[in-house]
Design a protein around this ligand. Structure first.
Ligand SMILES: Nc1nc2c(ncn2[C@@H]2O[C@H](COP(=O)(O)OP(=O)(O)OP(=O)(O)O)[C@@H](O)[C@H]2O)c(=O)[nH]1
Ligand SMILES: [Mg+2]
Length: 336
């Protein structure tokens, strides 16, 4: 008799993705957290999670990105409140009206482990600590092949599959990974603060191209209007794609401007749905994802190949001058 059975639980529940998935779908947050750890780790169990999740409806994903400390978590917190409180006067913007459950994923591409981020964001988001309908989780890349670019979509699909219609993804920083993660959202919100620096950094990082919406947060500080103007000027140079990213000034610390932000997100969603862009975007995203999965599989096979005896033999022949590197490579690949 193993311990699980002795404790009166089915033996499979402990680490079995399918059993955890079923429990997560019934609102078991511990089971959900465990599944997200599997996704972070990558490997067989993360594959199982992906398989369990793929048929479910996709949640709507709002991406919040920007330089460290601009107020992404505080904004995310406010958006969660807005989503939970419902739309004023019952004017429901599509399915964003009064959500039963909201998930927040805080992504930290800079740290291999998520400990610090978890503590920080838990502290900031403690306003929702007692709201069982809000699920907050930090994620870092541990071993997932393809890193966050694959782990985040897996996590988002999992959250959708266990019943979250909306996921807010917060990404720190303005590097390449962040742009990638940010652009994996349905509505990408780029957050800057007053002062020319953030906007310029965002532009350099390629965030202008992926932004559906800009937020100038900390508008209680001097220079917010100027920052908005700078952004508007930069945007005027980019090609018209049927949607001009609104620029919204907020004070996340007090909640000022959050209604406007929420309304702009809802407008963007309606725009995506009405024009068919949402489906196209998602299809593009899946294409990029599949490409990465295949690339990761090739990488893995290459790594195996280069430590095989066959590879060593071919290499030996090149070193000894018995064949050229191309012939050797052909031989290595052909016998695969
Ligand atoms: N003055 C002012 N401070 C703000 C505002 N919004 C957030 N802050 C403060 O700015 C600091 C950073 O806020 P966070 O929400 O943690 O910012 P973040 O972008 O999530 O930070 P990282 O996750 O570390 O990149 C905190 O001390 C907030 O209280 C605002 O509108 N005005
Ligand atoms: Mg944060």
């Amino acid at each position: 008799v193993n311990r699980e059975v002795a404790l009166g639980r089915p033996a499979t529940v402990r680490g079995d993705p399918a059993a955890l998935f079923e429990r997560a779908g019934k609102g078991d947050r511990g089971a959900l957290a465990r599944l997200l750890s599997y996704v972070e780790e990558g490997g067989e169990r993360s594959r199982a999670v992906a398989h369990l999740s793929y048929r479910a409806p996709e949640p709507y994903v709002i991406g919040l990105t920007g330089a460290p400390g601009v107020g992404k978590s505080t904004l995310g917190d406010r958006l969660v409140s807005a989503a939970r409180a419902g739309w004023p006067n019952g004017a429901a913007p599509g399915s964003l009206h009064r959500l039963d459950q909201v998930a927040v994923l805080a992504i930290d591409p800079t740290s291999p482990l998520s400990g610090g981020a978890i503590l920080g964001d838990r502290a900031r988001m403690q306003g929702h600590a007692t709201d069982p309908a809000v699920f907050i989780r930090s994620m870092a890349t541990r071993g997932h092949l393809g890193g966050l670019a694959l782990a985040v979509p897996d996590a988002v699909r999992l959250l959708g599959a266990v019943g979250f219609p909306l996921v807010v993804v917060e990404t720190v920083g303005v590097g390449q990974v962040e742009v990638e993660v940010a652009s994996a959202s349905d509505t990408t919100v780029v957050v800057v603060t007053p002062g020319w620096g953030d906007s310029l950094q965002a532009a350099k990082a390629g965030l202008l191209e992926v932004a559906d919406l800009f937020v100038v947060n900390k508008a209680d500080r001097p220079g917010a209007a100027e920052a908005a103007r700078d952004l508007r000027q930069m945007l005027a140079l980019s090609p018209d794609q049927g949607w001009t990213p609104p620029i919204i000034e907020t004070v996340a610390a007090t909640g000022s401007g959050i209604d406007e932000l929420w309304a702009a997100i809802a407008r963007h969603r309606s725009h995506l749905e009405a024009t068919g862009k949402l489906a196209r975007r998602r299809a593009d995203r899946v294409a990029a994802e599949l490409h990465k999965v295949v690339a990761a599989a090739f990488e893995r096979r290459l790594a195996e190949l280069t430590v095989s005896p066959r590879y060593a033999a071919a290499l030996g022949d090149v070193v000894a001058g018995r064949c050229d590197p191309y012939e050797a490579a052909d031989r290595v690949l052909k016998e695969g």
